[in-house]
Write a protein that binds this ligand. Structure first.
Ligand code: HSE
Length: 411
């Protein structure tokens, strides 16, 4: 019997208990032993619930019980999760977590402690919900050099953008719907301002490139300024707006960013809608590999956590090597990145067309029949820095969105 303790009986924690209960036979076959939930830690009481008899309120009960060999941290947030996880690893217990805030902030240190203690610190559920992406990067795509990671890593914002496109809603209405559906987290800011996706791309990039990507240094923009009109103009171009997280290695330099991009309808990412996530990993020899699936939600995320429990249970006293050194990977700013931009402007095209062409050269204009007081245009490729300078000279700009590479070729 493999005894585990679950820290936190919230959405993911109760999902972990449910998955282990429901799939106990198949999980036991995969492990070669039975998984026993010996403790669940939570401050609250759950009278009548399945966990009532194993509920504890003091973490030390778990820490001091040598029978507990795997601690499952699904509390979220950096503290007290960090303290509990570190103490568990130092006590020689493996830890499985869904907590991207913890992994992005303390990943290399916790991995190093796990290595020293010959146990495991596993975090498949921290990125992409149910999608296996951490383990493939760490264990499967090991023959090739990874050059680029690009994807939709936040289910809530993808749901909001999908609703805005399908229903014609403004951002606030779509956010409210996401909250009603239980997708948006306690604080929607982390999702809508891109911080959640930033932590996730920092985790994936650290694993792909082997050094620590400081998530606080990743250029980040969210989706809160996207409007229903942006989406209408972009649709006319044949595109969709997606919050993309990406990191690239080019000529020995590393770039990482999270921002809304316009993607073309021939691209697989165009069709990724609702709370689904998708991630492309590009290698020098393997080309593009795509991972796709439920990026959020109780049971999908819980399944990823349980897959880590299975892995940890299969490797008692054996550390699975994780290539994520504590040394910081220096990121190059995005100022010299070259791309096209979509710009939405208040007023009439005829009044500003000359000025816009003087600044940007050959641009394509987009107009909608029923919106006569706004128009949009798409610039030729230019650097971010050059765009920022030139756009200052265009009056009444309402917003700008970057074009993904394929979309650029179409315009
Ligand atoms: N808030 C996250 C998302 C949950 O919407 O993707 C999964 O990490």
């Amino acid at each position: 019997m493999v005894n585990i303790a679950v820290l936190g009986y919230g959405t993911v924690g109760s999902g972990v208990v449910e998955v282990i209960d429901k799939n106990s036979d198949s999980v036991a076959k995969r492990v070669g032993d039975e998984i026993n939930i010996k403790y669940v830690l939570d401050l609250r009481e759950f009278p009548g619930d399945r966990v009532e008899s194993v509920l504890v309120h003091d973490f030390d009960t778990i820490l001091n019980d040598p029978e507990v060999v795997i601690v499952v941290e699904v509390m979220g947030g950096v503290e007290p999760a960090y303290t509990f996880v570190k103490k568990s690893l130092l006590a020689g217990k493996s830890v499985c977590t869904s907590n991207k805030e913890l992994v992005a902030a303390h990943g290399p240190e916790l991995i190093a402690i796990a290595k020293e203690k010959s146990v495991n610190f596993l975090f498949e559920a921290s990125v992409g919900g149910a999608i296996p992406v951490i383990r493939p990067i760490n264990s499967s795509l090991t023959a090739d050099r990874i050059l680029e990671i690009k994807g939709i890593l936040n289910g809530t914002t993808n749901y909001i953008l999908t609703q805005m496109a399908e229903e014609g809603w403004e951002f606030d209405r779509a956010l409210k719907s996401a909250q009603e559906m239980g997708y948006a987290e306690r604080n929607p800011e982390a999702d809508i301002e891109g911080y959640d996706a930033t932590r996730k791309i920092a985790i994936l990039s650290s694993l792909a490139f082997g050094k620590n990507v400081d998530y606080e240094k990743v250029y980040t923009e969210g989706i809160s300024r996207i409007t229903a009109n942006d989406i209408r103009f972009v649709r006319k171009m044949g595109g969709a707006i997606k919050l993309l997280a990406s990191s690239t290695c080019e000529d020995g330099k590393y770039y990482a960013m999270v921002a809304p991009f316009i993607v073309d309808k021939t691209q697989p990412l165009y069709a990724v809608s609702g709370v689904y996530n998708a991630v492309f990993v590009k290698g020098s020899q393997i080309g593009d590999i795509m991972f796709y699936g439920s990026g959020a939600g109780k049971l999908p995320t819980a399944c990823a956590v349980v897959s880590d429990i299975v892995d940890a249970a299969k490797h008692p006293n054996k550390h699975i090597y994780v290539f994520w050194e504590p040394e910081e990977l220096p990121l190059t700013g995005i100022g010299n990145a070259t791309r096209s931009f979509f710009v939405r402007v208040s007023g009439k095209r005829a009044d500003d067309e000359g000025k816009i062409r003087d600044e940007f050269g050959h641009v394509s204009f987009i107009e909608l029949e029923d919106i006569t007081d706004e128009f949009a245009f798409v610039t030729p490729p230019l650097t971010e820095e050059a765009f920022d300078e030139k756009i200052k000279k265009v009056p009444k700009v309402l917003g700008r969105i970057r074009l993904d590479r394929k979309m650029e070729e179409e315009n």
